[in-house]
Design a protein around this ligand. Structure first.
Ligand code: WT7
Length: 660
């Protein structure tokens, strides 16, 4: 071959290589992906689903609207198994890759689990469930702190087509029982005990108390987290022993795209939590894609999301997203301050974490302890930092970025909800060099179309405007229904603004067209990143025989973001007011969870009500914001003199607090 011809051939090869490279360069592909998602969403998601998921049977329709108002269905006709996508496909390629690093409560005792080991564990657990009669479609409650076995429990359900409902292991027996009964779980999977922050948590005892009132529960599988023995009753099956007897192989159930994968209870504006339902293919695809693009996850990275699996963040970014992508995912069992406030960063150093995803409440807490706890440790492995669950204030954002990330990491404030399945608004992905504005979620993910609505239900155009945040186009990760209450689902999300998904949040669109979340529009509060309905707390307190009426509102809290403030009316003949207050706090802890206990309980004679009997919470909010002299229009109050009463009681309460 003549030199010139060889050079030309080399040139063509190089050209082809460069084109190939530039096609995979983020700069080119983000813009391209975004444009494609906007142009033809069905084609875009269809193509992503074919490329990212392993199917038993290809789907026939990428998306199809629901028959009435409600969620669009995705990838109909397709069949797949989520556990196969999260495990088997990686075991075939690289069985010894680490799937999970269990960062146990005691520093330095981490355990690594490979994909092969996790598949074995999952199959043994799946076979155990099958042996005890758990079948496709049955609901199984998982009441476990984050651990490899908890992940295996979720994946074992997915493998056999059962539906898991993970209940945060900090919820009380009564809250657990309520969720088990609502979803009619056949089985519960738990541990003898848990360990967190050096303290033992009596998980099995709580389950015992709960299942006394759960007729649907036939079996309680009890794994060992500690060496202590706990009482085992008729329903109880020792899980580790059973698993040891089972085969490490279990044929996966081929599931339809729209079969239920899991449900997860979350708070709404009534006292009853909602069982949010997510399905197989759409959820998995959305969790995996957002995990990859928002955090810029690259093969080989160690991904550290410190959320508990009891929340959606743990489902999407500890378990399903990372494992579908074949990542190494960290399971953080401890607390940010155990054994000291350097725990997160010592863990980052020891495990060489590349992406760290956490909650603003923890950041606010840690920044108070000072920079030295961070600087002691090598954080050079970090590339991306993420924040989730509640608004992150400027001070916390700056500290996270400058001190933790040494101003070198991308920090993404990610907005989403239990209902959205995955991140919907976040600064990344975006083109190389695109700015990130502190403390702002900013940009919609591929295919997400945020809109703002005014009071009359009209779309607000233009920038530098605020309104109710809705999403105009369906996306595969969105919840499909509320378990056995589709009407509530439709009413909560699709009725206020017909044709749009209503998030319940309000937002501001900046001059540049970026989104900033400004808060909830309903009676939902966010305590340490945990969602709570004020009505849930009220319902719990109203059960006290001395309490005819309560009103709970959120107020800004330095560390927790929001705290609960309760106004309570006591019966006239109540003498031991202090005692009743303590009892009320105990009731909330036992009916819901400790984090739901109001920080303040203020006894008042009456609540401010309109003539039709509606409590005017807006006024209560103003009073505790010390804006009692500027209450605005109070003419709708049935009896305006109630305000002076409450203001007096509040002033007295404050002076008591100061002296105590
Ligand atoms: C609500 C959803 C997202 C998974 C964990 C919480 C609030 C969430 C942000 C953020 C401002 C946020 C919203 C939302 N929220 N992320 N980055 N900035 N607010 O899920 O329990 O379903 O709560 O949390 O109010 O509606 P969730």
């Amino acid at each position: 071959m003549a030199a010139a011809v060889r050079a030309a051939a080399r040139g063509r090869r190089l050209g082809a290589l460069c084109r190939g490279l530039s096609a995979s360069l983020p700069a080119a592909s983000y813009a391209e992906l975004r444009a494609r998602a906007a142009r033809d969403p069905a084609a875009f998601w269809g193509q992503q689903a074919r490329a990212a998921l392993r199917w038993d049977t290809p789907y026939s329709a990428a998306r199809r609207p629901a028959p009435g108002p409600g969620a669009t269905r995705w990838f109909l006709g397709g069949r797949l198994n989520v556990a196969v996508n999260c495990l088997d496909q990686h075991v075939q390629q690289s069985p010894d890759r680490v799937a999970l690093i269990w960062e146990k409560d005691e520093p330095g005792t981490e355990v690594k689990i490979t994909y092969r080991e996790l598949l074995d564990m999952t199959c043994r657990l799946a076979n155990t469930l099958k042996k005890y009669g758990i079948q496709k479609g049955d609901r199984v409650a998982v009441y476990m702190p984050v651990s490899p076995l908890a992940v295996a429990a979720m994946l074992a359900c997915a493998r056999i087509g059962a539906v898991h409902t993970v209940v945060f292991a900090g919820f009380s027996a009564e809250a657990l029982a309520g969720r088990i009964n609502d979803s009619e779980c056949k089985a519960v999977i738990t541990y003898n005990q848990g360990i967190r922050g050096g303290r033992i948590i009596e998980l099995k005892k709580t389950v015992d108390e709960a299942v006394k009132n759960c007729p649907s529960v036939k079996h309680v599988f009890v794994a060992q987290r500690t060496d202590n023995t706990v009482h085992m009753g008729d329903l109880d099956i020792p899980l580790n022993e059973e698993m040891a007897r089972e085969a490490p192989v279990c044929i996966p159930e081929s599931m339809e795209s729209e079969d239920m994968l899991f449900m997860l209870y979350t708070s709404g504006s009534t006292g009853k939590p909602k069982g949010i339902v997510h399905t197989q293919a759409g959820y998995l695809l959305y969790a995996a894609l957002t995990h990859k693009y928002v955090f810029d996850y690259q093969q080989g990275d160690i991904f550290g999301c410190v959320a508990d699996i009891g929340w959606i963040t743990g489902h999407s970014y500890v378990v399903y997203g990372p494992l579908c992508n074949g990542a190494t995912s960290v399971l953080f069992e401890s607390t940010p301050t155990y054994p000291d406030p350097g725990r997160y960063w010592e863990t980052v150093q020891r495990l060489k974490i590349n992406q760290f995803y956490g909650a603003p409440t923890a950041i606010r807490l840690l920044l108070k302890y000072g920079d030295q706890w961070v600087k002691k440790y090598d954080r050079s492995s970090l590339k991306t930092l993420g924040s989730v669950g509640e608004p992150i204030n400027h001070e916390a954002w700056q500290w996270f970025h400058k001190v933790v990330g040494d101003s070198k990491c991308t920090l993404v404030d990610t907005w989403w909800q239990t209902e959205t399945g995955g991140i919907c608004i976040a600064p990344r992905p975006s083109e190389e060099g695109a700015e990130i504005i502190p403390a702002m979620a900013m940009r919609p993910f591929f295919g997400i179309v945020p809109v703002l609505m005014d009071e009359n239900g009209k779309v607000i155009e233009g920038n530098d405007v605020s309104g109710a945040l809705c999403i105009a186009e369906p996306w595969p990760g969105m919840a499909r229904t509320i378990y056995r209450d589709n009407q509530r689902f439709v009413d909560a999300y699709f009725k206020t603004y017909p044709g749009y998904y209503f998030t319940g949040d309000s937002a501001y669109r900046t001059k540049e067209g970026y989104y900033q979340i400004t808060g909830r529009m309903d009676d939902v509060i966010n305590v340490s990143g945990h969602r709570l309905g004020t009505a849930e707390i009220e319902d719990a307190m109203d059960e006290h025989p001395a309490v005819p009426e309560t009103a709970v509102i959120g107020y800004p809290h330095e560390i927790k973001g929001e705290g609960a403030f309760a106004f309570v009316v006591l019966k006239d003949d109540t003498v031991q007011t202090e005692h009743v207050k303590q009892e009320l706090k105990a009731i909330v802890a036992s009916k819901i969870a400790k984090y739901a206990v109001p920080d303040h309980v203020l006894v008042v004679k009456r609540l401010p009500k309109t003539r039709s009997g509606k409590i005017m919470r807006r006024l209560l909010k103003k009073i505790i914001a010390d804006e009692g002299s500027n209450l605005g229009d109070i003419t709708t109050l049935e009896d305006p003199s109630v305000i002076t009463e409450i203001l007096d009681a509040y002033e007295k309460y404050k002076s008591e607090q100061r002296t105590s």
